[in-house]
Ligand binder design. Structure first.
Ligand code: CU
Length: 122
């Protein structure tokens, strides 16, 4: 399961309200590739998460960790250029094992949401 929590960041919220005003709701994941809890034969070149609303590139991050907690993603998490509801990060070819994707995103209303999910490479 994707675990979900909401952080109310006073400073961030203040900064965003200055520049954005108030508006849409905070965002949660809709689906991902690889899928939550899936077992796959080989990993795609990126881990991607589709959210249910637009996310702010700044402060939005995605990391992939191996079973020992070491980051294997290429530290280039970014919002998709064509679809601002997609967060993605590149990964190398992964050996067999269990991996965790850990995400944190900032919605346009200034609310941070974060969570993680796992997938297994056979
Ligand atoms: Cu919100």
């Amino acid at each position: 399961m994707i675990s979900r929590s909401i952080l109310y960041g006073g400073v961030l919220l203040g900064l965003l309200l200055l520049t954005r005003g108030s508006g849409s709701a905070h965002v949660f994941p809709d689906h991902s590739d690889p899928r939550v809890g899936s077992e796959i034969n080989s990993a795609p070149p990126m881990v991607r998460i589709w959210f249910d609303g637009q996310i702010e590139p700044i402060f939005s991050t995605l990391q992939v960790l191996d079973a020992s907690g070491k980051e294997v993603s290429l530290k280039n998490s970014r919002v998709d250029e064509k679809d601002p509801s997609i967060l993605e990060v590149s990964i190398p070819s992964l050996s067999s094992g269990k991996y965790s994707a850990i995400w944190k995103v900032l919605a346009r209303d200034g609310h941070l949401t974060e969570g993680k999910f796992s997938f297994t490479v056979k």
